[in-house]
Design a protein around this ligand. Structure first.
Ligand code: FES
Length: 110
């Protein structure tokens, strides 16, 4: 069935409740660090945890609306697109997220 093939593309990375509101956590996965973020309205995002500027840990930044501000030099990353906001440049990888039975799943590339 088609749905079985689709499920195989998703990886369970943590419980939704493991990610604080307006906060984040870091997950190591397949040799990389993924930052998992939950904003004030409960939306969950997953992006590469390394800031494109100087690899600051984005999961330690401040989450606001649909963005995170890097804790090192305040680059603001759009959590939906992974792109730096405003005049700044840079982009991080984003992952498609699904919430299922209280768990956070991200879509991994085959
Ligand atoms: S490392 Fe993130 S803004 Fe410099």
């Amino acid at each position: 069935m088609n749905s079985i093939a689709k499920i195989a593309e998703w990886t369970d990375i943590c419980a939704v409740d493991d990610v604080p509101l307006r906060g984040a956590r870091r997950v190591r996965l397949a040799g990389m660090e993924v930052g998992v973020f939950r904003n004030a309205s409960g939306r969950v995002f997953a992006i590469d945890n390394q800031c494109p500027h100087k690899q600051g840990p984005l999961s330690e930044g401040i989450v606001h609306d649909t963005s995170v501000t890097c804790p090192l030099h305040s680059l603001v990353i759009d959590l939906e697109t992974g792109k730096a906001r405003g005049e700044d440049e840079g982009c991080v990888k984003t992952f498609e997220v699904a919430l299922q039975s209280g768990r956070v799943l991200i879509k991994m590339e085959a």
